[in-house]
Each structure stands twice: as structure tokens, then as C-alpha cells.
Design a protein around this ligand. Structure first.
Ligand code: HEC
Length: 109
């Protein structure tokens, strides 16, 4: 294999690995119960700003488009707040935040 071929091969292997990682993230599965719980927490706490069922086009952040591979960012923003968004860390248990993540990812599909 020439050096150039080897580099090209390595690059495409990296791209395939990345695609697989993204696919694996998207394939993350959530229990129906978890999504329901998240939906209830969302309706009560998040909908005033983010819109009922995440559907407000004027919402400050469109949660339906939140990147599936940025769970850490989601948890951090929700726990500690971000700019105009208040922090929720004192209000929710870890399972609640997990449920919100499940709801946002599984979403209103
Ligand atoms: C008082 C209004 C308000 C409420 C209530 C609210 N948010 Fe937000 N949220 C915001 C605003 C404003 C932003 C945009 C922050 C920014 O990027 O400046 C935001 C951004 C976000 C983001 C994106 C953060 C990022 O990293 O870009 C997530 C995720 C989020 N909210 C989740 C939630 C969840 C889950 C709830 C319910 C527990 C909630 N929000 C309740 C106002 C609110």
C-alpha cells in the first residue's frame, strides 16, 4: 500500500468510526416510562419558555434540534443554567434530568 493510499484509508476508517459513533448515539434507546416522566417534568417546568411539547418556534433554544451527541452539555446547561435559563440542579434528581434527556431525544415524534 502506498503512503497516500494508507492515509486515505485511515481517513475513511476514521470517518466510518465517527459515523458509527453518531449512529450509535442516535440509536440510544429510552424506556417509554422514562420518556413519559421526562414529558411530565417538561410540561410543568420547561414549557413556559421552550413551548408546549417543544413546539414553540420562538423558543430561545429549539430543543428538538439539540445535538444527540452532546448529552454532557445538556446536563450541564440544565443543571447549572445558561444565560437567561435558570439552573435546575437543586430541583431535580439525576433521574429527572435523565428523563428530560430521554424526552428531548426521543422527542415528540
Ligand atoms: C425561564 C425560561 C426557561 C425555562 C423555564 C427553561 N429554559 Fe431552557 N433555556 C432558556 C433560554 C433563554 C435558553 C437559551 C440560553 C442561551 O443559549 O443563551 C435555554 C436553553 C436551553 C437549552 C440549550 C442549552 C445549551 O447548551 O445550548 C436546553 C437543553 C434547555 N434550555 C433545557 C431546558 C429544560 C430541560 C428545561 C426544564 C427543566 C428548561 N430548559 C426550562 C430558558 C428557559
Amino acid at each position: 500500500m502506498s503512503k497516500r493510499t494508507a492515509v486515505a484509508w485511515a481517513a475513511s476508517a476514521a470517518a466510518a468510526a465517527l459515523a458509527f459513533a453518531v449512529f450509535a448515539q442516535n440509536a440510544e434507546t429510552f424506556s417509554e416510562e422514562q420518556v413519559k416522566r421526562g414529558s411530565a417534568i417538561y410540561a410543568q417546568n420547561c414549557s413556559p419558555c421552550h413551548g408546549p411539547r417543544m413546539m414553540d418556534p420562538q423558543a430561545p433554544a429549539d430543543l428538538r434540534k439539540f445535538p444527540p451527541d452532546q448529552k454532557v452539555r445538556f446536563v450541564t446547561s440544565v443543571t447549572k443554567g445558561k444565560n437567561q435559563m435558570p439552573p435546575w440542579g437543586d430541583l431535580f434528581k439525576v433521574e429527572d434530568i435523565e428523563a428530560l434527556w430521554a424526552y428531548v431525544m426521543a422527542g415528540e415524534k
